[in-house]
Design a protein around this ligand. Structure first.
Ligand SMILES: [Zn+2]
Length: 87
């Protein structure tokens, strides 16, 4: 059984196998399942990413001072979705 995690966008709980883990270096947010440090989880959906941005959920979830640059995150997300669809 996968642990349940809460999506930072829509706040719904899902198994972590259905979510993408994100971490921050203090300036920006990137995906990284195996990165050290505190992680936040999000559904691989543009709608959840937009919600998290609008709510300013990243600094709170990752326990870093705002603001965080999430501009690279959408590109990464599309790559991740493409990857998962190809499997
Ligand atoms: Zn979500």
């Amino acid at each position: 059984m996968s642990p349940m995690r809460t999506c930072v966008g829509c706040r719904e709980r899902s198994p972590d196998s259905e979510l993408l883990r994100c971490t921050s270096d203090g300036k920006s947010v990137r995906f990284g399942r195996n990165e050290p440090g505190r992680g936040a989880w999000i559904h691989p959906q543009q709608s959840c990413l937009a919600l998290a941005d609008r709510r300013q959920a990243w600094p709170r979830a990752l326990k870093v001072p705002a603001p965080l640059d999430t501009s690279g995150l959408l590109d990464d997300l599309l790559v991740q979705i493409g990857r998962e669809r190809a499997v």
